[in-house]
Write a protein that binds this ligand. Structure first.
Ligand code: MN
Length: 135
């Protein structure tokens, strides 16, 4: 099944790498470079998953996550924070802001697709693990 993934990431190299890996796995990728653009695109395309950089110019990823989760139309879309903040407590901050998952940069090309796959709701899986879609 082709899944729609919205990637919100300001760094062109990261966008390129993530998009390459996901498209190679057969997924459809939509790119946004800022939080605001990401919010607009999420409302328009209603993706199956949102990959969210935390360090973004203007509106940061925590704010983007909170806004997505505050929207009745968008709150059920799983969010995976992808961040290079390797600080104690950052994972908790991302999860508190509403992200269902958290992946640290640098991205590992060998495992990235499988890692984010755990957060995608698929009709072919009995039950997604590590996720809750209630909001
Ligand atoms: Mn960034």
């Amino acid at each position: 099944m082709k899944i729609k993934i919205l990637l919100i990431e300001d760094n062109p190299q990261n966008r390129y790498l993530v998009t390459f890996l996901l498209e190679q796995a057969g997924h459809e990728v939509f790119q946004a470079e800022t939080g605001l653009q990401g919010l607009e695109m999420a409302a328009r395309i209603h993706p199956d998953l949102i990959l969210l950089d935390i360090q973004l110019p203007g509106m940061d990823g925590h704010t983007v996550a909170r806004r997505l989760k505050a929207s009745p139309q968008l709150c059920s879309i799983p969010i995976v924070a992808v961040t290079s903040y390797a600080m104690v407590g950052d994972r908790e901050r991302c999860l508190a802001a509403g992200a269902e998952g958290y992946i640290e940069k640098p991205i590992n090309p060998e495992s990235f697709v499988a890692e984010i796959g755990r957060f995608v709701r698929s009709p072919y899986q009995d039950a997604p693990h590590e996720t809750h879609f209630d909001c």
